[in-house]
Design a protein around this ligand. Structure first.
Ligand code: SF4
Length: 895
């Protein structure tokens, strides 16, 4: 009898997506994948995961992975190379340009997806050894205004509170945050507090998002007017005797000027309401809730940060908490919800161009301290260029070498089209990434370096509540891929800095990072993890999620900051900041009468290089769209489900139209996720103006003046193939994952006969084609079989008879289809007899909109709980609960 095969233990690691930082148990399987579950012991999620985290197991395949170094050859082709060749090319190129043009002629552009150890060595190489501070990161697009706001108010980039505050608060205010979709596990924690303790939730957002479905009060603030609302609140708190003068006098400075400015901007409820476009009674109710609720947490995210006045917005919020002394105590405080998994870790090591390292800046004393600690030969003496300015400097020819790590700026930066042109000017363009191709690499990368991906590398990440968690490898590294920190150290060694970069393992880097945090730190710097500086390799491997600060010795570290003042300014007092009067950048005009907003959808992440490989996640929002209020849409001649061109001064894209009554009149919303690799014309950042906040350098992503006009396609269709299908020029298309295959949804004005010819080219002669053509009705369907196995299909029909791709896609598994099943497939129904599901709502249990509406119509479900009992929808991760609520409300609303 064979001995039982031992099951490998589950590895504790951390989700690679958002800043909630959920703990994960990953259990490798025999097929090279892994089972994924929430870690019940992780204090960020206590075992819960959202739809994205739950589907991580579907994203571990090697399709499309960059597995070997690639180097551009003299003939212009990219060819596989060994590590030595690729690293020499990078190091020699950087050295040549630095020697010839000086250190500011080179730059690194990093990512909140990197681990802290990766970030640390990249920052050290550029700022201490090359001698420039041209290191910036995609966190500039995400959190830079929070960083700047924290530093102005607290003297340091300190998040005062912890997640437990969201359990203990009696009022939670969410500003510019669609937490239901962007921080789902944390949002469900907030909802639980409301359900179990009766906490009230106020949502402040120009859009009525899924988050607003759970709000006691929703305030659809006019774009960019958050500062006016919080100035009105400060005025109201002062006028109603709610201020904590004991705290103000003992621990703060600048209150009088901030209050005077607040009175100028919003002297009373009426004028706050007028400035923000809100109803007087709603503003009064919000102010009253805030006034009467000591335990208040104000969470803010990209709707606040991604603004040309984002830093002032952050400070207007912080002012209200300082003035009431509601900070650093259980259930109280301003709380920045971080977008990316390790934006916080990047901030800790100095990943931003205006930080040095370990939360130090560019004062002479700090430069000298870091120089001595690193024994750095070429210390950067001043701040570097922030993201937008960095790419402008490339455009002017001032920066000649760029190394992009783990991010896709050709999609995500403002005026992304211009960024792509800019990248072509580089003398040396290096990318380290997991993927073989993306919009950035496709511009003409000179050296592509294969980085290890999530599940293959070791290090730490820090979440929104300052909790450092280990990401651990649970899969072997494929091909020649290596961790980012290793790649940087090899380049550093080739540039002559081997001794300073002689790390053996990630733990070596972490110990040095921890040692720097406490180096000459007499308590004047918030970031201190000196207590971890002597961690042995085994202890590093076993490190439990740990919140900073972790000072050396017996000293007890505070869980929260600032309850008794002690800020990180020279006089240890916080600073009130008098914000500028708010005014959206970019005037609307007859040509561009809308404000273009952008953001995330529930089940996708960034440019979809990982989340886009999951069929389950793809089914929620399969196509790039523009959401518009129905009255605006009708006035513009659009139809719900039709198509529109969205244009700004910087370009135009074509998207599916979604009428959304939650959309504010006069504004448009487009998701950020689609790139040139996943859609024909949907890169929304192409349209975004490069306006930046004067303090943080963060671009205004939410309010570019825009126009919208209808676009007509007569036919809709889809293709499912083993490999991504190329479609004829002029076709509108969007790619999505289908189990084991590649799906492409398309719209066209080419009639079915043209598609019949295309199908024959697409599938080739080696397969058997089963066709259905209804020429009078312009319907054409073809399925390709090889040995009875379904190899692909192409369906096209007039728009009003569009084929139900969700149902057909379900037929794409490895099963052979019988003749009757083939006929059923060609009739436009599931070959397996599945009912038409409609767009997916519950990712965990694959429940579509049609099934939910059916349950409501047949009275099988009278509320969200009934839907859960009948269909299981919403009973696992809870990410879809707000949508279920919205669907339920639609059905019970009066006609
Ligand atoms: S909320 Fe979801 S995406 Fe964010 S860390 Fe948790 S599982 Fe990952």
């Amino acid at each position: 009898m064979n001995a039982p095969v031992p099951h490998p233990p589950a590895i504790r690691t951390t989700c690679p997506y958002c800043g909630v930082g959920c703990g994960i148990l990953a259990k490798p399987d025999a097929d090279g994948g892994a089972g994924i579950a929430g870690d019940p012991a992780h204090p960020a999620n206590f075992g819960r995961l959202c739809s994205k985290g739950t589907a991580l197991g579907e994203t571990l395949g090697l399709t499309g992975r960059l597995l070997h170094p690639m180097v551009r050859q003299p003939d212009g082709a990219l060819a596989r190379a060994d590590w030595d060749t690729a690293l020499d090319r990078v190091a020699d190129g950087f050295k040549r340009i630095v020697d010839r043009n000086g250190p500011d002629a080179v730059a690194f552009y990093l990512s909140g997806q990197l681990l802290t150890e990766d970030y640390y060595v990249a920052n050290k190489l550029m700022k201490g050894f090359i001698g420039s501070a041209n290191v910036d990161t995609n966190s500039r697009l995400c959190m830079a205004s929070s960083v700047a706001g924290h530093r102005r108010a607290f003297g340091a980039d300190t998040v005062p509170g912890v997640y437990a505050d969201l359990d203990q608060a009696d009022l939670i205010v969410l500003v510019g945050s669609n937490a239901a979709w962007c921080h789902p596990v944390l949002f469900q924690r907030i909802v639980r507090n409301r359900r179990e303790r009766g906490a009230r939730i106020v949502v402040i957002d120009p859009r009525r998002t899924a988050t607003a479905e759970e709000a006691n009060l929703f305030l659809p603030v006019a774009p960019g007017m958050d500062t006016a609302l919080f100035c009105g609140l400060l005025t109201h708190l002062a006028d109603t005797g709610t201020l904590d003068y004991g705290y103000i006098n003992a621990h703060t400075d600048g209150f009088a000027a901030a209050l005077a400015r607040a009175r100028e901007i919003a002297p009373d409820i009426g004028r706050a309401a007028a400035a923000t476009g809100l109803a007087h009674d709603d503003v009064a109710r919000f102010f009253e809730l805030f006034r009467t609720t000591s335990r208040t947490v104000t969470c803010f995210s990209q709707g606040v940060n991604q603004s040309a006045q984002g830093t002032d917005k952050v400070n207007a919020i912080i002012n209200c908490h300082l003035a009431t002394g509601r900070i650093g105590r259980p259930g109280m405080g301003p709380f920045s919800l971080t977008g990316q998994p390790n934006a916080m870790g990047g901030r800790e090591v100095g990943g931003l161009a205006n930080q040095l390292a370990a939360h130090m800046g560019f004062t002479p004393a700090e430069i000298d301290r870091v120089r001595r600690f690193w024994n750095a030969p070429h210390m950067a003496e001043r701040e570097g260029l922030k993201a937008v300015q960095m790419f402008e400097a490339i455009g002017r020819g001032e920066i000649k070498a760029l190394w992009v790590m783990a991010t896709n700026p050709a999609v995500s930066l403002p005026r992304a089209g211009a960024v792509r042109e800019t990248l072509k000017k580089l003398e040396l363009f290096v990318v380290s990434d997991n993927v073989l191709a993306n919009d950035t690499m496709d511009v003409g990368v000179h050296v592509a370096l294969p980085a290890a991906a999530w599940g293959e590398k070791d290090g730490t990440v820090t979440n929104s509540e300052r909790r450092m968690s280990r990401q651990r490898a649970f899969l072997p590294r494929p091909g020649d891929s290596m961790p980012d920190w290793w790649i940087v150290t090899q380049v550093a060694a080739r540039m002559g800095f081997a001794d300073a970069f002689a790390y053996r393992v990630a733990a070596d880097v972490f110990r040095e990072h921890a040692a720097l945090s406490c180096f000459e730190n007499d308590g004047s710097r918030d970031f201190d993890i000196g207590g971890l500086a002597d961690l042995g390799d085994a202890h590093y491997d076993a490190l439990d999620p740990t919140q900073w600060p972790v000072p050396r010795g017996e000293q007890r570290s505070p869980q929260r900051f600032f309850a008794r003042g002690d800020f990180f300014t020279p006089d240890r007092k916080a600073r009130f900041v008098a914000p500028k009067p708010p005014a959206p950048r970019g005037a609307l005009s007859a040509r561009y009468p809308f404000r273009l907003n952008n953001g995330r959808v529930r089940d996708q992440w960034h440019t979809m290089t990982r989340s886009g490989t999951s069929p389950r996640l793809a089914a929620h929002c399969p196509e790039p769209f523009v959401a518009i209020h129905p009255s605006d849409g009708r006035a513009a001649g659009l139809t719900d489900g039709g198509f529109a061109e969205v244009a700004t001064l910087h370009g135009s894209i074509v998207l599916k139209v979604v009428f959304d009554a939650g959309q504010r009149a006069g504004s448009l919303f487009v998701p950020i996720h689609w790139s040139g690799a996943t859609a024909s014309m949907a890169r929304v950042c192409e349209l975004v103006a490069p306006e930046t906040d004067p303090f943080s350098g963060q671009p205004e992503a939410k309010a570019t003046p825009a126009a919208i006009a209808p676009v007509t396609f007569r036919f809709r269709g889809f293709v499912v193939t083993r490999q991504p299908a190329e479609l004829p020029p002029g076709t509108w298309w969007a790619r999505l994952a289908v189990a084991g295959d590649a799906g492409t949804l398309f719209a066209t004005n080419d009639a079915p006969p043209a598609w019949r010819a295309h199908a024959q080219r697409l599938f080739g002669p080696a397969v058997e084609l089963a066709e259905y053509a209804d020429e009078p009705r312009h319907i054409y369907r073809v399925a390709a079989f090889a040995g009875g196995r379904l190899e692909g299909c192409l369906f096209v029909a007039p728009v009003d008879a569009a084929p139900p791709w969700e149902t057909i896609a379900a037929s794409f598994d490895s099963a052979n289809l019988s003749s009757p099943e083939r006929r059923v497939l060609l009739s436009g129904r599931s070959a397996h007899g599945l009912a038409e599901s409609g767009p997916l709502v519950c990712t965990c249990f694959g429940v579509g909109l049609a099934a939910i509406r059916d349950a409501i119509a047949t009275r099988a479900a009278a509320n969200v709980e009934d839907i859960g009992r009948a269909l299981k929808a919403g009973t696992n991760c809870g990410s879809c609960l707000p949508e279920l609520k919205r669907i339920m409300n639609e059905r019970v609303a009066p006609p």
